[in-house]
Design a protein around this ligand. Sequence first.
Ligand SMILES: Nc1nc2c(c(=O)[nH]1)N[C@H]1C(S)=C(S)[C@@H](COP(=O)(O)O)O[C@H]1N2
Ligand SMILES: [Mo]
Length: 323
Amino acid sequence: MSNSIFNNIPSSEITPEEVFLNRRQIIKAAAAGAGLAALPSIASAKNPTAPWLEAQIKKGFETTMKVDEDLTPWKAATTYNNFYEFGFGKEDPAKKAHSLKPSPWSIEIAGETEKPGLMPLEDIVSPHQLEERIYRFRCVEAWSMVIPWLGFPLASLIEKAKPTSKAKYVEFTTLYDPEQMPGQKVTYSIDWPYVEGLRMDEAINPLSFMAVGMYGKILPNQNGAPIRLVVPWKYGFKSIKSIVKITFRETMPDTTWALQAPNEYGFYANVNPEVDHPRWSQATERRLPGSLFNVRRIPTLKFNGYEEQVAHLYKGMDLAKFY
Ligand SMILES: Nc1nc2c(c(=O)[nH]1)N[C@H]1C(S)=C(S)[C@@H](COP(=O)(O)O)O[C@H]1N2
Ligand SMILES: [Mo]
């Protein structure tokens, strides 16, 4: 009956990141049959969050960075997601991420650090006055949004985690728990767990942000609860969700998308309208939400508009080679 795992998705929704699945994998998927096309649950994602975090957000936050563009409506930002741990469709995370339990939560600190071990989320977040950062967010699939995140600079978490002088890179790992994240049972998907990374100087750049909320609220599960990375000058796949581990490394980490399709997704993944993806142009983007009659196509900005803050990190590097 089904000849492709994408049968349930209108073709306009089939995304390039999905197309990496090679023919053999798609045939395997078809053989797996209806198992994948489980009936979508109508339950919307709930987030049984920690009361202390709710309270901290209610206490208030400072708005520290804005862009002069309209915010993407909450509904679009929370129902059009990439979170393969809950399926390939953009609507899957909103429908299925209720099985994720974001509390209690902790992050393991590992690798080149003087302080290996578990840090409870409360110890990580509570010391901060939360900041609101309104950032442009550009997916490698050429759609974009403007999101008001709530969180704190990644640099302050790194400082607390005490990397040694050998630490040149920071690796981030998402939770691996197929019971909470049923997409991880799907063997023809990406290799789990999802891993991303930054060079140390990128990680401590003031723009690099750890988000625990958005739109003045706690982070919905589908957006990466309870804690995720946001790196606004890079393609969205660098902004890893539901982080359980941070590993300091001397050498460049192997990251999920760069391993999956090295000719298409690089480690740096800086937004760059001049360097096309092998299968499509990166010169423009679709600003969400659009409609059939109003595709809001706008030019893509170099470093997603954050050139002034980050271009110096890549001085002397050929950005067509280090994509
Ligand atoms: N663990 C994990 N993190 C992830 C992804 C994912 O599939 N799994 N998708 C990435 C991609 S491709 C994008 S565009 C953004 C989407 O974030 P949003 O759903 O909050 O807009 O999350 C990124 N982080
Ligand atoms: Mo993406």
